[in-house]
Design a protein around this ligand. Sequence first.
Ligand SMILES: N[C@@H](CCC(=O)N[C@@H](CS)C(=O)NCC(=O)O)C(=O)O
Length: 222
Amino acid sequence: MNNLYFAPGACSFVPHVALETIKAATGQDYETTMLKLHKGEQKSPEYLKLNPDGIVPTLVAGGQAIPQIMAICDYLDRQAPQAKLAPTDPAMRTRATTMLAWMNNTVHSTFTHIFMPQKFADDAAAQAAMKTFNTAKYREYLERIQAAIAEAQAAGRAHLFGDSPTFADTYAIVFLRWGGIAGIDPESLPTYYAYVKSLAALPPYAAAIARERIELNTFKKA
Ligand SMILES: N[C@@H](CCC(=O)N[C@@H](CS)C(=O)NCC(=O)O)C(=O)O
C-alpha cells in the first residue's frame, strides 16, 4: 500500500490530496506517516534513508521511496489515470505541467527564503533582507496564480486546466495558506481565496484538510 510521509500544512498536502482523490475514484486506500518538522523528525537517520534531503514529502510505493513532488505526482497520475489528476488533452497537460514545475521550483523556493532564510545565509541582516525581498516576490507570484484562476474562469473552466482540479490547483491552496504566514491577507486576493474555499469543500480536499488539521486562513492581523 502507498505510504505518504507528510507534515501538516507542508507541500506534502499536494500528494496527500492526490491520494484521497485516487481513493475516491478507485477505492485504493493508502497509509500516512506524519513527521513533525519543528522537532526535526525529517532529519532522523531512518527517514534520511528514504529522502536524503530530509524533507517531505516522500511516497513509499511498491517498496520504492519516491522523494520530490514532481516525481510523486507523475507516479500517482500514471498509477491511477482514472483519478484525472492531470489533463489528458496534450496541450492542456503541458500547461498544467509547466504551472506545476513553476510552482515547485520558483514559488515554493521563494517562500522557503521567507520561512527558512537560515538555509541560505548565516548572517541575521542578510536573512532579514532576504525575507523582505522574497515577500514582495511571493506576493507577485500569488497575484499571477490569481490571474491564472481568473483566466480559467473566464474561459469557462471549473478548474485551472479543465473540469478536474490538478496537482497545481492543490499547490495553490498551500501557497495561499503560506501567504498568510508571510503576512499576506488572503482577503486581498479575493478571486484566489474564493477559489481555494471552493476547492477545500470537495471531499478529497476536505479529508486531507481534516487529517492535517489545518485552517485555510493563516493570516493574523498585526
Ligand atoms: N523540491 C522539494 C521541496 C520539498 C520541501 O521543501 N519540503 C519542505 C516542506 S514544504 C520540508 O520538508 N522542509 C523541512 C526542512 O527543510 O527541514 C519537493 O518537491 O519535494
